[in-house]
Design a protein around this ligand. Structure first.
Ligand SMILES: [Zn+2]
Length: 87
């Protein structure tokens, strides 16, 4: 279902349908708590909570799914894992 994002112009993201919020989010708005320990995953395209995987290159936290993706890429390039779990 297509959503007309202009209907929600000027409204805070929590009043938007999820898809519209995702568009706004992808435009670069940083939600409160995003990328913080136990908060929402730092990755723009991801809204998973409980972000506990620390990326030392930008000092932000990611969810397990995204951290695994990054670490798989690091491993493929023979590098140390990018993210490490911090409970
Ligand atoms: Zn994520």
């Amino acid at each position: 279902m297509a959503i007309d994002a202009s209907r929600f112009a000027g409204k805070p993201w929590w009043q938007m349908p999820l898809a519209t919020a995702a568009i706004r989010h992808a435009d670069g708005a940083q939600r409160p708590g995003k990328g913080e320990h136990g908060g929402e995953c730092q990755r723009i395209a991801c809204d998973q909570g409980n972000a506990r995987w620390f990326n030392q290159t930008n000092a932000r936290y990611y969810c397990a799914t995204c951290a695994r993706t990054f670490n798989d890429i690091s491993r493929r390039h023979g590098q140390a894992p990018l993210c490490e779990l911090q409970l």
